[in-house]
Design a protein around this ligand. Structure first.
Ligand code: FAD
Length: 539
């Protein structure tokens, strides 16, 4: 099997010694080079997962008092993935050792108590893991422990791509001709665990979360087995795979989503992106005609790698300040509007039902994400993209540091995409796909009896209709928080000015410049200005 360039072991471990595989993402057996290497020639193999208290810390977006950084759906998905990994390891004569605590403390103790000579873990590009892994490397190197940390979360090695300045990105990944299904059929057994505090995979309640009834949980179950099953089901529909074309596809289709819903499995590494890529190639090889990147299914995986690479190579990628690829825009600091958006109370049923799907399922279609992100930022509310990013980060089951930040910059016209005069209508965009409003009726049952003529704009329904539908606007369901036409026009005006200033100052805007721009706009809303802007709305 050949893999993308990997970091090579620093020293050679004596064969017959103890190895530790530290799972973080990469919660799988298939295409797991760190696991394979850890198993090679070891007397005992310790498969470890550390439950990091960081994810149980208070929510940085202050979603609601007492809520945690990682939402319930994602933590549940993680625990299901761990239980599945444990089962799959058991089939190979091993098991998962779960520990809870500050990862470096736990790891250093295990390495020492179990006399580990080889430590293997998948390379991670996120700043949090980069800094954690630096500490681990230093400790292990000083202790004479061999380290093996291969790239296997992405198709390409982001460091290699940056070095080659993206020039060869269009080429094929080097491993595509090989099979990535693991031929592991037995793992070395787990050695004596001594006094290290091993626990079973905990329940959601044991991690301090309130459990919810089954029918209120996300329909997507975590784990490698489920990820591979889902992949297989998608690949069986060969015509669908070959004709996949984004951004086509119905964002309101929730019983049968229009895309694969493999993102949570890729996020946790329950599914290898390289194996997924290979399966798509296999289907395409046997089809006369198929779509191509960037719109094809293969293209979606390339987007994923692209964002991982840019994120890895851009300091301060997750913020506007000191981020050289991010336009400096004087976003509003309006907690009330933010809360209305976050809590599905904007009064626009299309927007609110998407936010309810996020809350209930932790997953929404890509175009649905487009609509709510555009609405919060450059479309209507003009709230900072970092605030929306925080809410997504907490609630998505596929929440992914690189992809989430990149897409928020994209949708807010802060980077990658700059056509700020193209705004998603919170009324007509959804109607085009779902004129009867079935998606809204499902996720916002308060509107389930609203006639279809009014379901996207219930504030326009005569009172007699509202009474009949048992939904009085302003009482049972909110009035719209903004007038879309006015709000979007204002957003375009201020973006026009912000873009001009970014151009003039070559992106070097100070906090004072942003404040002045905001104040100037507040004081000086000359109606004539909007005339010079092209008024295009994506219906
Ligand atoms: P498919 O269409 O079946 O695509 C297959 C895979 O390709 C996905 O699972 C995903 O890994 C990758 N992919 C698809 N679209 C994108 C994209 N635009 N950028 C990068 N990779 C992509 N995706 C996440 O995985 N995590 C996030 O935190 C995340 N946050 C987002 C925030 C915003 C504001 C927006 C607009 C999009 C975000 N996305 C995120 C990207 C995209 O919406 C999801 O990856 C996609 O909807 C997942 O569904 P799927 O697996 O059915 O996708």
């Amino acid at each position: 099997m050949r893999f993308p360039a990997i970091s090579h072991p620093t020293t050679m471990a004596p064969s017959g010694s103890n190895s530790l595989i530290w799972f973080r993402k990469g919660l799988r057996i298939h295409d797991n080079p760190a696991l394979e290497y850890a198993a090679k020639g070891s007397t005992a193999l310790y498969p470890v997962f550390v439950i990091d208290p960081r994810y149980m810390e208070p929510d940085p977006s202050a979603f609601s008092p007492g809520s945690n950084r990682a939402g319930l759906n994602r933590i549940r998905f993680l625990l299901e993935s761990l239980a599945d990994l444990d089962l799959n390891l058991k089939k190979l004569g091993s098991r998962l050792l779960v520990l809870k605590g500050e990862p470096t403390d736990i790891l250093f103790r295990c390495l020492s108590e179990w006399s580990i000579k080889r430590l293997c873990f998948e390379f991670d590009t996120e700043p949090y893991y980069q800094s954690l892994d630096d500490k681990v490397r230093k400790y292990a190197t000083a202790a004479g422990i061999e380290i093996y940390s291969p790239v296997s979360h992405t198709l390409f090695n982001p460091a290699d791509i940056i070095e080659k300045s993206f020039v060869k990105l269009a080429g094929e990944p080097s491993w595509t001709s090989s099979t990535l299904v693991s031929d592991l059929n037995r793992l070395p057994s787990v050695g004596n665990v001594g006094n290290c505090p091993i626990i079973e995979v905990p329940s959601i309640k044991e991690l301090g979360y309130e459990d919810t009834p089954e029918d209120e949980n996300t329909p997507f179950k975590g784990g490698e087995s489920e990820g591979l099953r889902r992949l297989k089901a998608s690949m069986e529909n060969k015509e669908w795979v070959a004709n996949f074309e984004k951004p086509k596809g119905d964002p309101s289709s929730f019983i049968k989503p229009a895309t694969t819903v493999l993102s949570p499995y890729l996020k946790f590494g329950c599914l290898s992106s390289r194996y997924f890529y290979q399966c798509i190639q296999e289907v395409q090889r046997n089809c006369k005609k198929h779509t191509s990147p960037p719109v094809s299914l293969l293209g979606q995986l390339l987007w994923r790698d692209f964002f991982y690479t840019v994120a890895f190579g851009t300091p301060n990628f997750d913020q506007m300040k000191d981020n050289k690829i991010c336009k400096q825009i004087p976003w509003k600091n309006d907690d009330e509007l933010l809360a209305a958006w976050r809590d599905a109370r904007t009064g626009f049923p299309w927007i609110d039902s998407i936010m309810m799907q996020l809350r209930k399922w932790g997953w929404m279609h890509h175009l649905a994400r487009h609509c709510v992100a555009c609405f919060l930022t450059r479309g209507d509310l003009f709230v900072h993209w970092e605030k929306g990013r925080d809410v997504f980060e907490r609630l998505l089951i596929d929440s992914d540091w690189a992809i989430n930040n990149a897409n928020w910059m994209w949708l807010s016209c802060s980077s990658f995409f700059y056509q700020y005069n193209r705004i998603y209508s919170p009324i007509s965009f959804g109607k085009k796909y779902d004129p009867n409003g079935n998606y809204i009726r499902h996720f916002l049952p308060i509107l389930k009896d609203m006639p279809k003529e009014y379901i996207y704009e219930p504030w326009t329904a005569p009172m007699s209709i509202q009474v009949k539908a048992k939904c009085i606007i302003g009482k049972d369901y909110p009035k719209p928080v903004v007038d879309h036409n006015l709000a979007s026009k204002e957003c375009k005006e201020i973006l026009y000015e912000a873009y001009e200033l970014n151009k003039r100052l070559k992106g070097n805007l100070s906090g004072e410049d942003l404040k002045n721009l905001r104040n100037k706009h507040e004081e000086d809303k000359r109606p004539s200005k909007s005339k010079r802007l092209k008024q295009t709305t994506i219906d």
